[in-house]
Design a protein around this ligand. Structure first.
Ligand code: GAL
Length: 375
């Protein structure tokens, strides 16, 4: 009864709202008039509602003092603050997610088999800078949380990437053999799995990341690994709470971060950034007809002014709009490291040109855009 009542209330509030426009780069007030605080985020659509999860950032620091926030919306314009979905643990709790850790790029997926919501995020242990390079997992029975922290680790310990040639697995060269990075010899060694071998035992480094659930229910973790030099794509177990150990490397030495992926007509498209910290750079575009590759790189998907800086943003997620055909939204962050909570959101509709996704700046746009598009 209560469930039906809340569904009716939800429908009334959804249809009763006057949809406005999405304004990339502006402040986006939530239901309390406060700029949405959900950075490096991801979107989950469940029961007619969009749930946006992201990093809660403070005014002066990017380390996690609160946790992961959740906002809900029926129209992607009006956002209700659902509070902290996963709080960090108190100081001196010695938890992996102790207050003051770095907790970035949370993504939540729903597991049909277990009927649970699973949150994945990039985790750096408190006081250790970006050295830990782990991925963290938390679980909840309710979409808005609270999410219970399960574990954090470096993925795929003890497993070789499927596409790493046998001959490279037994090479003896180690990072210590190089006094200098970025030499041709070093780059060749990176391509041949220098850091994969180093991290074989302890697991592969995992920083910027996303999670993708495919049409067949299989889920994948896509992450910047090997000192941010190489992307890896790894399969998750059926409960979406760990890795199976099956994974591939893509673009060894390509220096890709901020992976965001979607699928259209059987083709996987991925947008990433280069590695320049909080500063924006030129987006990269890749496609593949199987998640296991081969992946092909295409030119910068951005068009027009500021295309070389992804319109001053960095990718974080791409999601389909419910009920509209070929309607995908690119979510990016325009970071403001001096005032982290004020960082802005660059959301743009994905357009297509010659079968490839492209992005064009728009000061404002509404979901109606997808009904009038000509691609
Ligand atoms: C970026 C990354 C962000 C954050 C930042 C820290 O490259 O995409 O998520 O880790 O570096 O400098």
């Amino acid at each position: 009864m209560i469930r039906i009542l809340s569904l009716v209330l939800l429908l009334v509030s959804c249809t009763g709202m006057k949809a406005q426009e999405i304004m990339p780069g502006e402040r986006w007030p939530d239901d309390k008039g406060v700029h949405v605080n959900a950075h490096g985020g991801g979107m989950l659509y469940a029961d007619g509602t969009y749930y946006w999860f992201g990093e809660f950032k403070n005014d002066t620091t990017s380390v996690a003092l609160d946790g992961v926030t959740c906002y809900s919306s029926c129209d992607l314009v009006h956002w209700k603050n659902e509070g902290i979905a996963m709080p960090v643990m108190p100081e001196e709790s010695y938890s992996d997610i102790e207050r003051g850790c770095i907790l970035e790029r949370p993504k939540v997926v729903y597991n049909k088999k277990t009927n649970k919501y699973i949150m994945w995020f990039h985790l750096e242990l408190k006081g250790k800078g970006y050295a830990a390079a782990r991925v963290g997992v938390a679980v909840s029975d309710k979409v808005t949380g609270p999410y219970r922290f399960v574990h954090s680790y470096r993925p795929c310990a003890g497993f070789w990437p499927e596409n790493m040639p046998e001959k490279d697995r037994s090479l003896k060269v180690t990072p210590k053999d190089f006094a200098e990075w970025w030499t041709p010899e070093w780059s060749k060694a990176v391509e041949e799995g220098l850091f994969v071998r180093r991290d074989m035992e302890g697991g592969q480094m995992s920083r910027d990341m996303t999670i993708y659930v495919d049409d067949d229910g299989k889920a994948y973790h896509i992450y910047s690994s090997e000192e941010n030099l190489t992307l890896q794509i790894a399969e998750l177990t059926d409960d979406y709470q760990s890795h199976t150990g099956r994974y591939i490397r893509i673009f060894p030495g390509g220096h890709n971060e901020a992976p965001a992926i979607f699928k259209k007509d059987g083709t996987y498209f991925m947008i990433t950034s280069g590695c320049t910290g909080w500063d924006p750079n030129e987006a990269r575009l890749f496609s593949a007809s199987s998640i296991w590759g081969p992946w092909t790189q295409h030119p910068n998907p951005c068009r027009g002014d500021d295309a070389a800086l992804t319109f001053h943003s960095q990718s974080t997620f791409i999601f389909p709009v419910a009920g509209k055909k070929d309607a995908f939204i690119f979510m990016g962050d325009r970071w403001t490291p001096k005032h982290p909570s004020d960082a802005r959101y660059i959301w743009l509709p994905i357009q297509f040109e010659n079968g490839l996704p492209i992005l064009k700046w728009m000061d404002k746009w509404s979901l109606d855009y997808f009904d009038t598009k000509t691609f």
